[in-house]
Design a protein around this ligand. Sequence first.
Ligand SMILES: [Zn+2]
Length: 61
Amino acid sequence: MKEYLCECERCGKEVPTTLAGYARMVLRNSARIDGKARALCPECAESLRAWFLAGAAEGRE
Ligand SMILES: [Zn+2]
């Protein structure tokens, strides 16, 4: 399967991924940010999710 490089929008790290993996990652990581497709490396996706969860727990809008 062909591999693509996508650049993490947070830290700029290039993440090798397959097209299927990229599509899945974008869908999983982007939906709750602002509706735009964003590519994030696994580390940033994880920390961003933790950040969102923390914000939700504090009742932030
Ligand atoms: Zn990153």
